[in-house]
Design a protein around this ligand. Structure first.
Ligand SMILES: Nc1ncnc2c1ncn2[C@@H]1O[C@H](COP(=O)(O)OP(=O)(O)O)[C@@H](O)[C@H]1O
Ligand SMILES: [Mg+2]
Length: 284
């Protein structure tokens, strides 16, 4: 469904953020993109909807060559690729419902959205989505009165109101506590399954990636160094992605900060050990 071919990104500063990225994401697949800070995760996700212009290479979404679209057509294509941010990007003084409805701004035309008059079916769908993400009781609350987890739920509902085919999710749990992080990841996972959405989720928490993704891609210094199933992600490969020291630190922190009430971690994450019989075969 989404195909990246030989995508490179060099920023005007000279930083080479992505080198020769080839990646194909089938419909309905939830992919976690892991890697240390500065590896190029945000750049990759932003190249897909061209918030960042790739320097070379091509990106296709179904039959549309995203990298060749004029700005008008790009606006249309972006509706099918909803973004969910770490910082939620809500309008604080608007209500939960209004924030979700703003997900349709690209559809309803300037005057209608300026007057905040949305078609009844859009309002009904927004309500249904808020119910689905567990916020039906908070429709009229101002966004700035919500907890971090609730704000992320609003961001998710707003993204889904665009009826996207692909979710681009940048560090959705970076500002959340471990338990809320799991709940949010589970919600994204379930919604993708219900709606057959593909997703790229940038996440630096390896345990979460393992628990909730179908596929894990490891990025290091702008290059893909691992592409496989969560069960194939050995500590050897993690060392390749993160480097010895970083990975050791991360493993112990995962253990230390998990509250007793949190969902149990996937077996691999709990032990932090090599999966039996697996080798570094996934590295390329
Ligand atoms: N707007 C920018 N201008 C110049 N360099 C950038 C910009 N954004 C990111 N970079 C550089 O590109 C590399 C990848 O960054 P980024 O995609 O943000 O990584 P990640 O999301 O994995 O932390 C880093 O070296 C970073 O300094
Ligand atoms: Mg980033």
């Amino acid at each position: 469904m989404l195909t990246l071919s030989a995508v490179c990104k060099r920023y005007p500063t000279g930083d080479l953020a992505l080198t020769d990225i080839d990646l194909a994401l089938p419909r309905g697949q939830v992919m976690a993109l892991i890697g240390p800070s500065g590896a190029g995760k945000s750049t990759l996700i932003r190249c897909v909807n061209r918030l960042v212009e790739p320097t070379t290479g091509s990106i296709r979404l179904n039959d549309t060559e995203i990298t060749r679209l004029s700005s008008g057509k790009l606006r249309e294509a972006r509706r099918t690729m909803a973004m969910i941010f770490q910082e939620y990007a809500l309008v604080d003084r608007l209500t939960v419902m209004e924030n979700v409805l703003s997900g349709r701004l690209g559809y309803v035309g300037f005057w209608r959205s300026f007057l905040r008059r949305y078609p009844q079916e859009t309002v009904t769908e927004a309500f249904r989505l808020l119910e689905r993400v567990g916020l039906a009781h908070a429709l009229d609350k101002r966004a700035d009165a919500l907890s971090g987890g609730q704000r992320q739920r609003v961001g998710i509902a707003r993204a889904l109101l665009q009826s996207p085919k692909l979710l681009l999710v940048d560090e959705p749990t970076a500002s959340l506590d471990p338990k809320t992080s799991r709940q949010i990841m589970r919600l994204i996972r379930e919604l993708c399954a219900e709606r057959e959405l593909a997703a790229i989720i940038n996440i630096h928490d390896v345990a979460l990636a393992r628990q909730f993704a179908d596929r894990i891609v490891g990025l290091r210094a702008g290059e893909i160094v691992f592409d496989g199933k969560p069960g194939e992600l050995t500590s050897e490969i993690l060392t390749t992605i993160y480097g010895e020291e970083d990975w050791d630190t991360q493993a112990t922190e995962d253990e230390r900060y998990a509250p007793p009430s949190a969902q149990p971690l996937a077996p691999l994450a709990r032990t932090g050990q090599l999966a039996p019989g697996l080798t570094a075969g996934g590295i390329r």
